[in-house]
Design a binder for this molecule. Structure first.
Ligand SMILES: *[C@@H]1O[C@H](CO)[C@@H](O)[C@H](O)[C@H]1NC(C)=O
Ligand SMILES: *[C@@H]1O[C@H](CO)[C@@H](O)[C@H](O)[C@H]1NC(C)=O
Ligand SMILES: *[C@@H]1O[C@H](CO)[C@@H](O)[C@H](O)[C@H]1NC(C)=O
Length: 375
């Protein structure tokens, strides 16, 4: 068995090194790591645009046009990226199919592999507006009740009780709570005062899922908001001089760090309170900040400049002419960019982020991802 492990490890390394030198070709590789599960788990995801696989499109009819999707799907799927998102790579690494948005009434999967409740723009608060985390969880509860009714009625291939119990429940939310506070011109102190109520919403969500039988949780923290070209271009207008060594907005990232510390603390607390639960916290911030700070090492250039955007250096972002709008320029090689549209990451960056997530180095507690395979 040791040799088997060794082989896997080696091919992972091989992927990473070939990625470093031939970053351009990453879009032709199926996944940064081999599929790990013989039987993939059912997966449910809750969150915002970082993990929305088409929910905004399906739920509100909001158009998301090409060049979104150009590097992998060859068409727009509603994902805000040129290709796959981190969650797509994570699904693939479990040998699971990509998740359909819950609101996609024409889903081919019929949701027998799970569902994605994440929608672009979602935050935890306010609590009762579409599609806050609370509403996403209520949608899940409806989905679960209805699915089990159908199972009881014997009508076809739906997730059963065991499927829900052994499912992987993922969340990636909080970024918009912080971003919205800053864009409302709240002071730093006012922004960080809101953090406990955001954390409390995430706690409610996990607790509710647990009370309904969920036991396996995978929780992403929030990335470096202050390094997003969108934020940088807007703050430039305000003539703020608040940039760190890498050119990111210090106060934004400081607030994110405080949020992330509180989230880690919450995860550890819940792990001792919720019997039999596995709760893994993943430090997305460190992965993305490293990618930006050391971009050259990873084969990327201009880490603070959007590939798809308008206005040229330093950020190539203009809020009037954003990616997907007619006439918005797009760079030739998305595989060299970290930022796709000024807010979201490229497929190439997401592939690199996924390989770091799967390395376990950023997980607390360190948990191999194949832990989530269905036995
Ligand atoms: C992944 O799933 C496919 C199709 O269900 C299966 O043939 C394959 O053996 C699985 N991979 C692993 C590593 O188990
Ligand atoms: C925030 O402040 C800037 C500059 O003073 C102003 O242009 C903008 O309209 C303000 N935004 C809000 C939401 O109040
Ligand atoms: C950049 O890479 C170096 C060397 O691997 C590492 O020590 C450092 O922490 C990285 N920077 C950031 C901001 O992650």
């Amino acid at each position: 068995m040791a040799s088997h492990h060794h082989r896997l490890h080696f091919s992972q390394l091989l992927f990473i090194s070939s990625f470093l030198f031939f970053g351009l070709y990453v879009c032709f590789l199926p996944s940064p790591v081999a599929a790990q599960c013989k039987n993939p788990p059912v997966i449910f995801n809750f969150g915002d645009s970082n993990s929305d696989t088409g929910g905004l499109f399906a739920g509100l009819g909001f158009p998301v046009d090409l060049p979104n999707g150009r590097a992998f799907f060859g068409r727009s799927t509603g994902r805000l990226s040129d290709g796959r998102l981190l969650i797509d790579f994570l699904c693939q690494s479990l040998n699971a199919s990509l998740l359909s948005p819950y609101l996609d009434s024409l889903s081919e999967s019929k949701f027998n592999n799970g569902a994605n409740f994440a929608v672009v723009g979602s935050s935890t608060l306010p609590k009762y507006v579409p599609f806050s985390l609370n509403i996403q969880v209520m949608q899940f509860l409806h989905f679960k009740a209805r699915t089990l009714e159908l199972v009881t009625a014997g009508s076809g291939n739906f997730i059963d009780d065991e499927g829900f119990r052994n499912a992987l429940y993922m969340t990636d939310i909080g970024q918009n709570d912080l971003a919205d506070s800053f864009s409302k011109n709240l002071t730093y102190i006012e922004v960080i005062k809101r953090i406990p109520s955001v954390i409390s919403e995430i706690k409610n969500a996990v607790k509710t899922l647990y009370d309904h039988g969920g036991r396996k949780f995978w929780i992403h923290n929030t990335g470096p908001l202050g390094c997003l070209p969108q934020k940088l271009s807007l703050i430039q207008l305000l003539q703020k001089k608040d940039l760190d060594t890498y050119g990111c907005i210090s106060s934004y990232n400081a607030a994110v760090r405080l949020f992330n510390e509180a989230l880690l603390h919450l995860c550890q607390k819940m792990k001792s309170e919720l019997k039999d639960a596995t709760i893994v916290h993943v430090d997305i911030f460190s992965i993305k900040y490293d990618l930006i700070a050391n971009s050259t090492k990873y084969g990327f250039s201009n880490p603070l400049m959007a590939c798809c955007g308008f206005g040229g250096p330093p950020y190539n972002y203009n809020i009037q002419v954003t990616c997907g709008h007619q006439g918005c320029p797009v760079c030739a090689e998305g595989s060299k960019s970290i930022s796709w549209d000024g807010i979201h990451y490229t497929e190439a960056a997401n592939a690199m982020i996924a390989s770091k997530v799967l390395s376990m180095a950023y997980s607390t507690p360190r948990t191999p991802f194949d832990f989530f395979c269905r036995s």
